[in-house]
Design a binder for this molecule. Structure first.
Ligand code: SF4
Length: 332
């Protein structure tokens, strides 16, 4: 089986006590069955405390109950008590993995880092992904159609070229990305993949663009599930919409690398490309430190499947997400 990963995946290290946010805050950690069993039988004071905080929800999943806004195993020095006493292997799978992403497509796997971790966000904005590949034992026949995956791989590569083409400004590149998303969707739906002429597409986009309102987008995000007060405050009191920061290209590229191939399961590229473009518009609108705002966005949205699904649906139903308005927010 082929495994594909950016170079920084291997070098990532948690900065623990130096982390300005911490994955041990706000989130209730999903504890896998094997770890729950270990915790339930662990001896000593640590085992007693784990049993006090471990609970099972209505669906039978195990969680560690958040206490004072944090994981109860978090210590004042920023380190995890389980890891400090029992070592990395004693952590549940969620904590061992985070912020490492693994997308398994059967015959190949892609790895990455989640932007919701501040250290991962710093790396993602500082270093361009240098992709590497290697063969590892294992793998199984994919459940998807091989030709569909070829189209996704081909259109993702073209999408990344469009986003990185410095002849076009950041908002122009995002407008082109939106339009190319439709071209790629058509190909995925069975049409022939035709040549994409950026100049002609931009001229077309200008005829379609109509006044959009990023505040309406922010209002939509306010209705989603909100985890932290700083995020709510940013949505309520946006500080941005100044220059188009080049980092927004990085944010869009991250979104494409993370979400594009997932369309193999539901064939929805348009929803994903709108979600990516909207994330760039929103992060710019909210302002403050762009890396920090993007990290908060990822923590609030990307780690909450209900929020992601709500956005994918809104891409087709919410007036703030219509193509003409998105293009207007980018080009007018
Ligand atoms: S959010 Fe990232 S850097 Fe911070 S504690 Fe978690 S893994 Fe470490």
């Amino acid at each position: 089986m082929r495994i594909r990963y950016p170079k920084y995946y291997e070098t990532f290290r948690c900065i623990a006590s130096d982390c300005p946010d911490s994955c041990c805050k706000e989130w209730e950690v999903l504890v896998d069955e094997a770890a729950a069993e270990r915790y339930l039988t662990m001896e000593g004071a640590l085992g007693d405390d784990l049993r006090r905080y471990l609970y099972q929800d209505g669906e039978g999943d195990w969680y560690l109950r958040i206490t004072d806004g944090r994981c109860p195993m978090w210590q004042q020095d920023g380190l995890c008590r389980i890891q400090a006493q029992e070592g990395h292997e004693a952590l549940c799978q969620t904590c061992q993995d985070f912020p490492r992403l693994r997308h398994d497509y059967g015959d190949f796997v892609e790895l990455g880092l989640e932007m919701s971790c501040p250290e991962a966000a710093r790396i993602l904005f500082a270093e361009k992904a240098v992709w590497q590949e290697k063969e590892i034992p294992g793998g199984e026949a994919p459940e998807y159609d091989g030709q569909d995956m070829q189209i996704l791989l081909q259109t993702r590569a073209e999408m990344l070229r469009i986003l990185e083409d410095c002849r076009y400004s950041v908002p122009q590149a995002l407008a082109l990305a939106l339009l190319y998303g439709y071209r790629a969707q058509d190909a995925l739906d069975g049409a022939e993949l035709t040549e994409f002429d950026p100049e002609a597409e931009l001229a077309f986009a200008k005829t379609v663009a109509r006044k959009g309102n990023v505040a309406a987008l922010a209002a939509f995000y306010l209705e989603l599930e909100i985890l932290t007060e700083p995020w709510r405050q940013r949505l309520l009191h946006p500080q941005g919409a100044g220059q188009w920061d080049e980092k927004l290209r990085v944010l869009a590229r991250y979104g494409v690398e993370r979400y594009w191939l997932q369309a193999i399961s539901d064939f929805d590229l348009v929803g994903r490309v709108k979600m990516i473009v909207a994330s760039c518009l929103l992060v710019r609108h909210l302002g403050e430190d762009l890396v920090e705002t993007a990290q908060l966005y990822a923590k609030e949205i990307e780690n909450n499947i209900d929020n992601v699904e709500a956005i994918l649906e809104a891409a087709y139903t919410c007036p703030a997400f219509t193509d003409d308005k998105l293009l207007g927010m980018l080009l007018q």
